[in-house]
Design a protein around this ligand. Structure first.
Ligand SMILES: Nc1ncnc2c1ncn2[C@@H]1O[C@H](COP(=O)(O)OP(=O)(O)OP(=O)(O)O)[C@@H](O)[C@H]1O
Ligand SMILES: [Mg+2]
Length: 115
């Protein structure tokens, strides 16, 4: 399964969801966490933790969908953490994934709230 965690709004829980999802998927099949955020939060989290039991690669580029297929060979699952406010990277992550998860703040649940 290839999943992207997206929301153009900042601070909605994307990185938290991506890291925990990768941790949950890894025991079920080799998992790659792709940190597509130039802030490198997932990578920093992994380094602070002394490494995760799955690889984390930093790839904050707008051609993810072209570059990832070579990198995800051999992985059962790929989770992509995306940045806020960069539609180019988010669009590329959406092209690369099969499913998108959109964590929302409660304030974004009201009609008309942009995400
Ligand atoms: N389910 C949750 N309940 C409460 N707090 C949460 C939850 N998920 C994440 N947080 C907290 O919300 C903050 C933002 O989380 P996180 O960094 O995952 O968001 P983000 O969408 O990746 O942010 P950014 O857009 O800056 O990349 C963090 O302090 C995190 O600990
Ligand atoms: Mg983040």
């Amino acid at each position: 399964m290839r999943l992207a965690v997206v929301n153009l709004k900042g601070g909605t829980g994307k990185t938290t969801v991506a890291v925990y999802l990768a941790a949950a998927l890894n025991p079920r099949g080799r998992t790659l966490l792709v940190d597509a955020d130039p802030q490198r939060s997932a990578l920093a989290w992994s380094e602070t933790a002394g490494g995760f039991p799955f690889p984390v690669i930093s790839l904050p580029t707008r051609d993810l969908h072209r570059r990832l297929p070579q990198l995800w060979e051999g992985y059962a699952h790929v989770v992509i953490d995306t940045p806020p406010g960069d539609p180019g990277i988010v669009q590329s992550a959406l092209l690369a994934c099969e499913r998108a998860l959109i964590p929302l703040n409660s304030s974004q649940n009201s009609p008309g709230a942009g995400c």
